[in-house]
Design a protein around this ligand. Structure first.
Ligand SMILES: *Cc1c(COP(=O)(O)O)cnc(C)c1O
Length: 299
């Protein structure tokens, strides 16, 4: 994918380049394209007709799955967290678009959602929809990691640091596996919690990585005025749109760390734009309802 130099003059001769994985596909965005690729292949090989997965109200993964099903000729079912959302699909840009791509929904309470992978719940789903290929929440499994190993290419070995946002850890695991031992991989956690390192260790084959936990802005999906202000300003300076859940928090973190002198002189940093821009419309609607600042761009 395209590597775009960020046109901002940083201290200490540091350069920042963004890999625009968000431009891979209009709907199967960024890392979700990478994560689905080999799963779709496997489902086809095994002759499945139906893909099932899980997600929240504005899930990038759910929309990507709906679009992939539409493109590669699978039926899709999205198990959605929050049964109250059933009544408001028409107000939710993500779910509405997924529905228009042919996805069926199974809305479940937060409590039921917690038990979504137990045998009893899966059996209930199968009785209702038929036999299916199960894609895990967030799309992370061994085949997803294999797809994410294709994010870095040979020209990327010139970078000292590679930064990516972390949700379930599948994307960073693929990046670690295809990186050089001498590169340092930094994962910017989009959520609170220490369990992520263990999840990454399940898939990652090297030790050249660490997690940065200081830039989740209060937890997964939390958006502050300061973050929105930063994203609008970054867009005005660079014309690069970021999402407020993953890539925006990462970029805020990278620039903050540059300013605090974390990176050595002349460091070359590559940040992966993992996509997620489809979620902005929904988040802007929530912000508007709360009378808060919105992003000046959406998709
Ligand atoms: C899902 C997602 C992530 C997190 O990827 P993981 O493989 O779950 O760690 C990062 N960025 C964006 C834009 C995403 O949609």
């Amino acid at each position: 994918m395209l590597n775009q130099v960020v046109d901002i003059k940083f201290q200490n001769g540091i350069t920042l380049v963004i890999k625009r994985e968000d431009l891979l596909h209009p709907l199967i965005s960024g890392n979700k394209f990478r994560k689905l690729k080999y799963n779709i292949e496997e489902a086809k090989l095994q002759n499945y007709k139906l893909l099932v997965s899980f997600g929240g109200a504005f899930s990038n993964h759910i929309l990507a799955l709906a679009a992939a099903g539409n493109e590669y000729d699978f039926k899709t079912v999205g198990v959605i967290r929050g049964d109250e959302l059933e009544r408001t699909v028409h107000d939710n840009p993500t779910l509405l678009q997924a529905k228009n791509l042919g996805m069926e929904f199974e809305f479940v309470s937060r409590e039921e959602y917690r038990n979504k992978t137990n045998a009893q719940f899966l059996k209930k789903l199968q009785d209702k929809f038929g036999k299916f290929y199960l894609v895990p929440e967030g799309g992370t499994n061994q085949l997803a990691v294999k797809g994410c190993e294709e994010i870095l290419t040979e020209e990327d070995f010139q970078f000292d640091y590679i930064c990516t946002a972390v949700g379930t850890g599948g994307t960073i695991s693929g990046i670690i596996n295809s990186s050089d031992e001498n590169q340092r991989i930094l994962g910017f956690s989009a959520l609170k919690g220490d369990f992520l390192s263990d999840d990454i260790r399940k898939f990652a084959q090297k030790e050249n990585w660490s997690l940065v936990q200081d830039y989740n802005f209060g937890g997964y999906g939390k958006v502050t005025e300061e973050l929105i202000f930063f994203l609008n300003e970054f867009y005005q300076k660079t014309a690069i749109p970021l999402d407020p859940i993953y890539t925006g928090k990462m970029l805020y973190g990278i620039i903050d760390l540059i300013e605090k002198g974390y990176f050595p002189k002349n460091a070359k940093i590559l940040a992966i734009h993992t996509g997620g821009l489809q979620g902005i419309r929904g988040i802007n609607l929530v912000q508007q309802k709360k009378n808060r600042q919105t992003l000046v761009y959406d998709f």
